[in-house]
Design a protein around this ligand. Sequence first.
Ligand SMILES: *Cc1c(COP(=O)(O)O)cnc(C)c1O
Length: 375
Amino acid sequence: MNNKLNNISTLFKSFLTVKNSYKGGKGIVPKNQNQKVYKLSSNENPIGTSPMAIEAIKNNLKDLHLYPDTTDIRLRKALEVYYNYQLKAEQFVCAASGSELLDLIVRGFVREGEEVIVSTPCFVPYKMFSRWAGATIIDVPLFIEDYGLDVEGIVNAISNKTRIIFLTSPNNPTGSYIPKDVFEDFMFKIPSNIVVVFDEVYWHFAEANDYVRALPYISQYPNIIAINSFSKTYGLAALRVGYAYTNKEVANYLHQICKPFLITKLSLQGAIAALKDVFFIKRTMNIIKNERIFLQSQFEKMCIDYYPSQANFFLINPPIPADDFVKYLAEEGIAVRPVENFGAVGKVRISIGNREANEALIKAIKKINILATNS
Ligand SMILES: *Cc1c(COP(=O)(O)O)cnc(C)c1O
């Protein structure tokens, strides 16, 4: 028996035998009936889901025995309208989540032994999916002081094996962003035969004057692929749906490796409806922006060392060791995220919640501060 198993295990691909698989932001179980719990660990929408999406999903519940659309074309057409025809339907690629698109792109462009460049701290799937493709991951970390992009470092790290460079703006887990001049300098210096994945899933929350999306650069640079998700702003994390936009040739290529029936019917209908829910999107954006200012001022009052954020979360240096901090808040009914595996050792990421959740968070941190100064 054992011998047979050993024979089979010689077939395992070494780069697929991963030591630690991805752990999502944890929720917590209330200690008792009276404890309220707040999940501030996965950057989810604090006001829930687009009501228009929920309505559309309900209307489709009677057809669950039928296969969904074979392709994503209806969502692509809805995106064309959403983007005011600045992009054509043929420039979009939709899939069962933003993460799925990242995987699709890696599979589409990276062969075993080739290289990708990431800038840690960054979203873990960039590294995970690249490793699954047998790629070598080159890390050019963000600058330590402000988590800015090290353009020169990236340019110097490029080799003839480089296939993809992952950029994220606003970045998860740091909340930092890539200013317009930095991005333009970057694009100017990067060879056009390297795919630049521009992950902009948090763009709705960015307010900086010099924040840019990939959108205005798509026609100029055929090597950019922008990543978007319905998980965050639209509150559809459970449905797993996202989209990319790029130039027509790249989109066509990626369509060829999309599995048929990839997006469920409920996801497709939900996403199409959510795109039109202007009121919900506006409300989400306003709440995040307001609560971000509120939390920031509270952090300052409590002398919590935080990084400025353009996203719906904050990265902080907790007043006590990160693991203790996370455990302590969990006891208080608040789930937050340690981000050591993102490359931010000793730091914690806290999603921006609604006012009630944020106040519970502040109250709990105040208690820790008292404990920390008394010990
Ligand atoms: C959440 C997130 C995504 C996409 O999430 P999905 O739920 O897979 O659509 C992509 N990139 C970053 C940086 C994220 O934080």
